[in-house]
Design a protein around this ligand. Structure first.
Ligand SMILES: Cc1cc2nc3c(=O)[nH]c(=O)nc-3n(C[C@H](O)[C@H](O)[C@H](O)COP(=O)(O)O)c2cc1C
Length: 145
């Protein structure tokens, strides 16, 4: 199932099809503590997926001087695809907020290369309960005239 979920992330679009997105899968609950959210979230029995990008690609093609933010958008698109596939398979998945401090700690404990930027943490698992769906702002209010 994790592979299917990651395939959905792989299918997500990337700007100029530059394939900058990378994944780290953490199954060991002890190791998962490295990427625990800065907001307390019970996820001791989850698989954690860290969605990263490889900085070298934009540096090579010069996009880092033009559209740096596209790197984050690529990661966000993959993250959302991952969450949707997890949901389609009957699993729960949630984006987890992390601070720069957590990213730094994770980089050090995982021994991550300096050109890999970890951006999004996703917890995936069997939900103990199905949460009530959050309400969304009405479409009318989202529209900017
Ligand atoms: C960038 C981002 C960061 C988020 N961080 C957290 C988090 O740290 N902890 C958490 O429980 N949910 C987090 N979420 C999930 C949202 O709060 C919310 O659960 C999600 O949008 C789906 O809500 P729904 O299923 O009720 O529609 C995050 C979502 C996004 C897009």
């Amino acid at each position: 199932m994790i592979e299917q979920i990651l395939e959905a992330g792989r299918a997500a679009p990337t700007a100029c099809n530059l394939d900058i997105v990378r994944f780290i899968v953490i199954r060991d609950p002890e190791k998962a503590k490295m990427v625990w959210s800065d907001i307390p979230t019970p996820m001791d029995r989850c698989v954690l997926i860290v969605v990263c990008y490889d900085k070298r690609i934009y540096e090579t093609v010069g996009h880092n001087r033009l559209v740096l933010h596209n790197q984050l958008l690529d990661v966000a698109a993959a993250t959302d695809h991952i969450c949707l596939m997890a949901h389609a398979l009957g699993l729960g998945a949630v984006w987890l907020t992390r601070t720069d401090k957590t990213a730094k700690k994770f980089r050090k404990s995982y021994g991550l290369q300096d050109y890999i930027e970890p951006v999004c943490h996703i917890a995936v698992g069997w939900p103990a309960i199905w949460p009530i769906k959050s309400r969304r702002m009405p479409l009318k209010e989202m529209m900017i005239p």
